[in-house]
Design a protein around this ligand. Structure first.
Ligand code: FAD
Length: 312
């Protein structure tokens, strides 16, 4: 990537906020992914806006990264600019029943602060290892709850760096989708209205969900959680299990023996191995069960003939 771009980036951010050839394996829960030309760690909305506008003007692809917990990055990495919001942008504000947090806040930290303030309704999200921005974009959900149930509004940024205030309806949240994905926006913050409860009960609820996750999910391995979306009327994990794919392996990528809906990195798996395994699972499940699975995990970078779409 050009020296000119680097100089322009230095006009927007401090040197320590710009990483060059940064291995994305360090920024994804799969622990997989080659280098990004640039990874930026902005601290202010204005820096995000300026970076987005600069990329647009220069015709350089960019990608908004949270904690990379729903992401498979190719072995060749990403030829463009990654804007990571997870390490900064993590302020959480709680007043009465209203919670407002910046998009880089981790759901773990939010669940903890919310419990401390005696508010309930966020417990379902307590074990999802992502940021608020990723959760709003994906309309993350678990154990019968989803972002859509509690969110009231969000502040987003468009590709021209302009901020917009969107009400819940305008976010168009559906099963693992949102207007943010469709229109390539950036979530800057979001607000929720929650019910009052007893901290003790809320923490007991969180502990129970943690126990369920630990019992059912292969948390001891690197993964991106449920690899496939739930097809209407089915469970992806059961379809995969019924297709005799439990433990199916490509290199060091494996269909988890503990939970067939998870593809895991057994250690040193490449993105290509995970990608091939995902394609194999889709093909075999379709042949045996007649249902076409769709990945929930987002692809970033080049995967053979198929280009992993630059997100969204
Ligand atoms: P990333 O993976 O970094 O990004 C995901 C997508 O969101 C990308 O398209 C990215 O561009 C976009 N994005 C991220 N931040 C922003 C932003 N601020 N503005 C605009 N776009 C943004 N998911 C569930 O829904 N339920 C679960 O129960 C669940 N369990 C999981 C368990 C494990 C062990 C793991 C590893 C993952 C699990 N996930 C689950 C998947 C994942 O944690 C969620 O999808 C999460 O919401 C992703 O957040 P993130 O910050 O990691 O996003």
């Amino acid at each position: 990537m050009s020296e000119v771009l680097y100089q322009k980036l230095q006009n927007l951010l401090k040197r320590e906020q710009i990483r060059i050839n940064e291995p994305l394996a360090k920024h994804t829960t799969f622990q997989i992914g080659g280098p990004a030309d640039y990874l930026l760690l902005p601290e202010k909305d204005t820096q995000v806006a300026e970076a987005v506008v600069l990329c647009k003007e220069e015709g350089i692809p960019f990608f908004i990264l949270g904690k990379g917990s729903n992401l498979l990055v190719s072995d060749e990495g990403y030829r463009g600019v990654i804007i990571k919001l997870a390490e900064n942008f993590s302020h959480i504000d709680i007043k009465g029943n209203k919670v407002t947090a910046q998009s880089g806040a981790s759901l773990y930290d939010m669940a903890d602060s919310i419990a401390e303030h005696g508010l309930c309704g966020f417990e379902f999200a307590s074990g999802i290892p992502g940021t608020l921005g990723g959760a709003v974009t994906m309309n993350a959900g678990a154990y019968g709850g989803e972002m859509k149930d509690i969110i009231t509004d969000a502040v987003v940024m468009d590709l021209n760096g302009n901020k917009h205030y969107l009400k819940k309806e305008e976010l168009r949240l559906g099963y693992r989708k949102s207007v943010v994905q469709e229109e390539h926006m950036v979530v800057l913050e979001a607000s929720f209205l929650l019910e009052a409860g007893r901290e003790e009960d809320i923490r007991a609820g969180i502990a129970e969900l943690t126990r369920k996750r630990e019992e059912k999910q292969p948390l001891e391995y690197a993964s991106a959680g449920s690899t496939f979306k739930r097809p209407e009327g089915y469970f992806a994990g059961k379809l995969i299990m019924d297709s005799e794919l439990r433990g199916y392996q490509v290199g060091n990528a494996q269909v988890s023996e503990k939970h067939c809906g998870f593809v895991i990195n057994k250690g040193g798996a490449t993105a290509q191995e995970v990608y091939t395994l995902i394609q194999d699972v889709i093909r075999i499940v379709y042949e045996k069960q007649g249902v076409r699975l769709e990945p929930e995990v987002r692809l970033l970078g080049d995967f053979g003939n198929k280009k992993g779409k630059a997100s969204k």
